[in-house]
Design a protein around this ligand. Structure first.
Ligand code: MGD
Ligand code: MGD
Ligand code: SF4
Ligand code: MO
Length: 695
């Protein structure tokens, strides 16, 4: 046995991308820990520790595959990488010759490395780069942009220094980002209060000082009442508002009817508790973090929930404050040069986007677009036909509502390629599967991370791939070469890294010590007076000028969510600590931790229906789709909600540990692809009712 070497890398078990160090023995990864030089110290979450099982698991695509049967039939021809890349490149050439480069659509799972993907799309001349975010955090992104003019990650959520943390639709203790969990726990240990606003008692709620179990979908009403209390009880920061806020009088007038008493009837929270919360916040201000949420693709007014979270932070003076939401720094703000972008290798296509973002919807962020709207162009041919879809590390058939409707939308595609490190519903329904090496067996491009201390970080390959898979850069540069995109046809990862680093004063060797390179010695908190906000007014906007110009009212009246019809529930979903979305359910180690999901049903409702805890029940949609799942009967969920952890109910025969375990929430949302929040762009996945019957 040879000595163990330790390789600095980046976890890929979820999108958070924590810094890790991997022990490698005889060319195989044997142990993963958090990067000891990072805020993780050596800690990691359960999923991160299970990465080795993923690498070694034979139940994943092991070679490139080309479909030989019908889509979804599961009949494949195994081919070499040359054959697979030639096949995809030839198909793309044919489609582009007939329908133009704009007919090619790309989607991925976002994260820190999309520069390479965007460069590829620019290279071929298509404007249609998208990511998954319409089913995740677009409403927060647009919420931030509408209030402070910049994206949600351009402020930090300074949990470690906070005096009061509010989690609304945000379950920090189970929907994990390791550094964030550590910061929140440090904050709480240092005396910060924790308030949780949720529809069920989750793990975060178990640590809360104040817990509001509210009626599902009433958060906007709750927040308007908090704003009412802050303003009419004189609890907001008047100086800050005068200096930095635009539209305060309009907001004050708007929230007049939304008293705490009104909200009590609407949300189920008591008026006194809402006023008391406002007082607690005022006492802790400006070191308050009212978290604007993460997975907020839930309701038609979720954008307003995110916006009002930022507005509350602004009224408390916490935007820009230490212990609140300080502005982060990029390389530029600390006097350094950023990475050279791969997208700059090619000119920006002039063509408008197929999803309407930037022209039909000028208020939305053009970067990742709204992929669900791009699918409509496949069906309608408007504004032009989309005929090829390259789906990278993204499983829309699990991540979007109503998979049967989505498959129908994809029928007219001439080419559907899935690049993935595990089987997924989307891979199974593709024409070509290109197996991506797991994060332990691939390098990634260098990424820049804005922060109080900005940094560059890199993923090294810890071991060679167990099966015949390739790194993302190998796949994309291989396609680039075949399509004549010479500037992007890098032959080695070092060439690529050197291109990125060329103006930065940082060399690849500088990453050897810690796996990342910090661009500043200590955290830089910039005072509000030094911040230039790119909103139309230059101030924090209570009513967005940009959205108003696009014809959208950002202080709309509250609309009460419909009550479920007699005997039915509102579907609700979320995460659990030991799984990531749908793609770890078949992981040998994590399947052992939790092999199926359960349906949370309130005790009173279960009694009415004769359902006991642990009973097998059938949950059905209004259109008749159904799933079998065990009931978890509890007092800790709102009686209107039926909650389940997302990602279960797999049907693929190639996943022996996941098949037939639990139910799939996305299948219980008929017509869900057409239901989206016009303010923020996210799908509204909890605007659906389900029924339950005992089997
Ligand atoms: N009904 C319902 N729908 C949802 C959600 C829900 O709770 N309920 N959650 C939504 C949310 S918040 C999101 S972010 C999306 C997520 O849904 P997706 O965007 O599809 O994301 P993942 O499941 O994380 O990963 C997608 C695929 O990429 C593959 N993959 C390849 N390489 C990698 C890698 O390096 N790392 C990782 N992690 N995966 C890789 C995985 O195997 C998986 O098949 O789904 C959304 N959709
Ligand atoms: N372990 C683990 N960690 C993850 C992930 C994972 O898959 N697994 N995924 C990552 C990703 S992609 C994301 S986006 C984040 C998601 O992070 P979060 O958004 O924090 O996680 P969720 O569990 O989706 O939802 C948070 C809470 O919203 C509650 N909720 C549902 N409906 C309502 C409502 O109407 N009102 C209120 N107030 N609350 C409601 C749910 O009960 C849940 O407790 O997690 C990230 N971290
Ligand atoms: S939160 Fe867990 S799974 Fe996600 S990147 Fe970090 S260690 Fe990996
Ligand atoms: Mo997400």
């Amino acid at each position: 046995m040879t000595a163990t070497k330790s390789v600095f890398s980046v976890c890929g078990m979820c999108t958070v991308r924590c810094p890790i160090q991997v022990d490698v023995q005889d060319g195989k990864a044997v142990r993963i820990q958090g990067n000891e030089f990072s805020p993780l110290k050596k800690g990691l979450c359960a999923r991160g520790a299970a990465g080795i099982a993923l690498e070694q698991d034979p139940e994943k695509p092991q070679t490139p595959l080309i479909r030989v049967g019908e889509r979804g039939e599961g009949k494949w021809k195994a081919v070499s990488w040359d054959e697979a890349l030639d096949y995809v490149a030839d198909k793309l050439k044919g489609i582009m010759a007939e329908h133009g480069p704009r007919s090619v659509l790309w989607s991925d799972r976002g994260g820190p490395f999309p520069d390479l993907h965007q460069a590829f799309m620019r290279g071929i001349g298509s404007p249609n780069y998208c990511n998954h975010d319409a089913s995740c955090a677009r409403n927060v992104q647009h919420g931030a942009q509408s209030v402070i003019g910049v994206g949600r990650k351009m402020v930090a959520y300074d949990l470690r220094n906070a005096k009061h943390i509010i989690l609304q639709t945000r379950n920090i203790m189970e929907a994990i980002n390791v550094a964030e969990v550590n910061a929140a726990l440090d904050g709480i240990a240092g005396g910060a209060k924790l308030t949780v606003i949720d529809i069920r008692g989750n793990v975060s709620a178990s640590k809360a000082d104040n817990f509001f179990l509210i009626r599902p979908g009433t958060d906007y009403g709750f927040n308007l009442a908090v704003i009412h209390a802050l303003i009419y009880e004189g609890l907001y920061n008047k100086e800050y508002v005068e200096q930095f806020v635009d539209g305060f009088e309009q907001l004050k007038e708007f929230v007049k009817p939304y008293t705490p008493e009104w909200a009590a009837a609407e949300t189920g929270a008591s008026a006194e508790a809402i006023v008391d919360l406002a007082r607690q916040l005022s006492a802790a201000a400006p070191s308050v973090v009212w978290h604007p949420g993460w997975m907020v693709a839930r309701y038609n007014d979720s954008f307003q929930v995110c916006r009002t979270a930022y507005i509350i932070n602004a009224l408390l003076g916490s935007i820009g404050a230490k212990g609140g939401l300080p502005f982060v720094n990029t390389a530029k703000e600390v006097g350094r040069k950023g990475l050279k972008k791969l997208v700059d290798l090619f000119p920006k296509p002039e063509e408008k986007r197929a999803d309407g973002v930037g022209w039909k919807y000028p208020q939305f962020d053009g970067g990742p677009g709204l992929v669900n709207l791009a699918y409509d162009a496949i069906v309608t041919g408007e504004p032009y036909p989309v005929r090829a879809y390259l789906c990278f590390r993204h499983d829309p058939l699990m991540a979007m509502p109503d998979p049967e409707a989505l498959k129908k939308k994809w029928e007219k595609l001439d080419l559907l390629v899935s690049m993935t490190f595990s089987w997924s519903d989307t891979a199974w329904n593709s024409d070509v599967v290109l197996p991506l090496s797991t994060y332990l067996a691939r390098e990634s491009i260098i990424a820049g991370k804005a922060g109080l201390k900005p940094q560059f970080f890199v993923r090294h390959r810890a071991q060679e791939p167990t099966f015949d898979s390739r790194a993302d850069w190998e796949i994309i540069c291989g396609l680039a070469k075949r399509l004549g995109l010479d500037p992007l046809a890098f032959e080695t990862i070092e060439d690529l890294w050197n291109y990125q680093l060329q103006d930065t004063g940082v060399s690849i060797a500088d990453f050897d010590a810690k796996g990342f390179v910090e661009l500043a010695d200590k955290p830089l908190y910039r005072p509000m007076s030094e911040i230039t906000l790119p909103t139309p007014s230059g101030k924090i906007e209570m009513s967005s000028g940009k959205w108003a110009k696009a014809g959208h009212d950002t202080l709309p009246p509250y609309a009460s969510p419909a009550r479920p019809p007699q005997g039915m529930f509102r579907i609700a979903f979320g995460r659990v600590g030991v799984h990531t979305q749908g793609h770890t359910v078949n992981n040998p180690l994590l399947a052992e931790q939790m092999s199926e999901n359960v349906a949370w049903i309130h005790t009173s409702r279960a009694e009415e229906m004769g359902i006991a805890d642990g009973d097998l029940v059938e949950v059905f949609s209004v259109r008749g789709e159904s799933g079998k799942i065990r009931a978890f009967v509890t007092d800790c969920v709102h009686p209107e909600a039926l909650f389940m952890v997302h990602g279960f109910g797999h049907k693929l025969p190639v996943e022996s540990r996941a098949i037939g375990k639990g139910a799939a929430d996305q299948e219980l949302m008929p017509g869900g692809l057409e239901s989206w929040d016009k303010g923020g762009g996210c799908l509204s996945m909890q605007e659906h009712f389900v029924g339950v019957r005992k089997i």
